[in-house]
Write a protein that binds this ligand. Structure first.
Ligand SMILES: *[C@@H]1O[C@H](CO)[C@@H](O)[C@H](O)[C@H]1NC(C)=O
Ligand SMILES: *[C@@H]1O[C@H](CO)[C@@H](O)[C@H](O)[C@H]1NC(C)=O
Ligand SMILES: *[C@@H]1O[C@H](CO)[C@@H](O)[C@H](O)[C@H]1NC(C)=O
Length: 207
């Protein structure tokens, strides 16, 4: 009996300890709400993010860091910056890694509030629900936003990344589409200067 108690205490101890870990200190000016964790002594280690030079970053499954723009603890969401499109090209900076990829076994996924624009696509990717028409918003991005100018005169498309699609990746590749960007909570009437660039991720709260 005593042995059993001891066993329970020693085996459950680390679990109890882990769940009572505290909120992480600020990173630069940014708060790091629980369960997000910037080091092993705080937060929950399954929700790892990084504090690099006073800036919060999210590490993808392919080892690319994306700047964290915003964290909303009450809705379990954070927004990362889409990768840059390299100057005078139509290549996303994460093209060689195949775009954005999340580990399937981590508690993060891509939310359903992202409108993704795929740029410099080859025509074999033309399939619904992609909107690749001449009035797709990706044309405005190419024509009016400096960053998109390297993609002009190629095929581009946009789509709402909803639950019908993989919530763990945004894929780009040579021979498919070579660049992308994303808008959070885009509504068809929104004008270009109110576009909210980002990729919104959602986390499953720890139980
Ligand atoms: C494509 O997107 C544009 C801009 O939002 C919209 O006006 C148009 O109706 C869409 N076309 C299709 C086929 O969904
Ligand atoms: C567009 O993609 C093709 C391959 O899919 C690539 O060869 C070409 O360089 C890309 N164009 C630009 C402007 O980056
Ligand atoms: C993403 O995760 C949230 C919270 O864990 C979950 O409610 C949602 O169904 C997931 N979405 C997809 C498309 O898997």
């Amino acid at each position: 009996m005593v042995a059993l108690l001891l066993f329970l205490l020693t085996s459950l101890g680390p679990l109890l300890y882990a769940s009572s870990l505290s909120t992480c200190p600020n990173c630069g000016d940014s708060a790091v709400p629980y369960p997000l964790s910037t080091n092993q002594d705080c937060g929950n280690s399954r929700y790892k993010i990084y504090c690099n030079n006073g800036m919060l970053e999210f590490l993808s499954a392919t080892g690319t860091y994306y700047k964290i723009l915003k964290i909303d603890q009450s809705s379990n969401k954070l927004v990362i910056s889409p990768p840059l499109i390299l100057k005078d090209t139509c290549y996303s900076s994460d093209l060689t890694e195949g775009g954005f990829l999340l580990h399937e076994d981590l508690p993060f996924n891509i939310s359903t509030h992202n409108t993704v624009m795929l740029l410099n696509c080859s025509d074999n990717i033309l399939l619904s629900p992609l909107n690749c028409s001449t009035n797709s918003i990706c044309r405005q991005f190419e024509e009016k936003v400096e960053e998109g100018s390297g993609c002009m005169s190629t095929l581009c498309c946009h789509y709402l990344k909803d639950s019908a699609m993989s919530s763990h990746r945004i894929r780009v590749r040579v021979g498919g589409c070579t660049a992308y960007t994303s808008l959070v909570d885009f509504k068809p009437d929104d004008s270009l200067d109110s576009w909210n660039y980002g990729i919104e991720l959602q986390w499953l709260p720890p139980n």
